[in-house]
Design a protein around this ligand. Structure first.
Ligand code: CA
Length: 233
């Protein structure tokens, strides 16, 4: 129920925060708006929002520092909304623990969709991890470690499987190269983004109908990947 879902907006630009507030209220979300990081952090602690919309350029503290501070004690989903369009900024916020990133100007529908994904993933993480996924005609069964296309097994290497598993568990969310490297290879490999590119290319050859034009493992240029259209079954 949206009406029970609380969204905190931390944004110092009045027209944007007003727009966001109207949009969120119009979709039955409970909303509070603040203009500084300090007020935002207080409300994260005292109001316990289900999701945070965060501007990076705040008057008192940089957005990346805000994310790090929140992540020290809270898993509340954070969607960054920023005028900064540099890939390095996006990567820094995602690596700091933001769940998603939207560049201004953005469409209302896009933002609402990203909010739904973030809330769904957060709610799911609290219950249990789904074990079966469907990506067009490919079925991924994590409990059996079995990947099939129309009943025919697809053979993945251990690395390909681990990447696919990580993407499935974060379906709909953008994942950075560093996050994949940490998950699949470990902390000592976080600079080796080319490992990820090579193995994702192989994975696409096995999973995608047309690996040259992937429809499911989408490249977020300079940032990482997003698995789209994966259903839990
Ligand atoms: Ca700002």
């Amino acid at each position: 129920m949206n009406s029970e879902t609380k969204i905190l907006i931390i944004e110092d630009e009045k027209p944007i925060s007003r727009f966001l507030q109207v949009l969120m209220s119009g979709h039955e979300y409970q909303v509070k708006t603040v203009e500084t990081a300090k007020q935002g952090l207080l409300l994260v602690a005292n109001w316990s929002p289900h999701l945070i919309l965060l501007d990076l350029g705040l008057p008192d503290l940089d957005g990346v520092a805000v994310i790090e501070e929140i992540r020290a004690w809270s898993n509340t989903p954070i969607i960054v909304i920023s005028a900064r369009n540099k890939e390095s900024d996006k990567v820094a916020t995602l690596d700091a623990g933001a769940n998603d990133y939207l560049t201004k100007p953005f469409g209302s529908d896009e933002l609402l969709a990203r909010i739904r994904v973030a809330l769904r993933l957060a709610a799911r993480d609290q219950i249990s991890m789904p074990m079966r996924f469907q990506i067009s005609d490919v079925t991924i069964d994590l409990s059996l470690k079995k990947i099939t296309r129309n009943e025919t097994p697809i053979k993945l290497t251990k690395t390909e499987y681990n990447i696919l598993k990580f993407l499935c568990r974060n379906a709909g969310k953008v994942i950075t190269h560093k996050q994949i490297l940490q998950e699949v290879w470990g902390n000592n490999y976080t600079e080796h983004a080319h490992y990820v590119r090579i193995h994702v290319a192989q994975l696409r050859r096995k999973i995608e109908l047309d690996p040259a034009q992937p429809m499911h493992i989408i490249t977020e240029t300079g940032i990482g990947y997003r698995l789209v259209d994966a259903c839990e079954v």
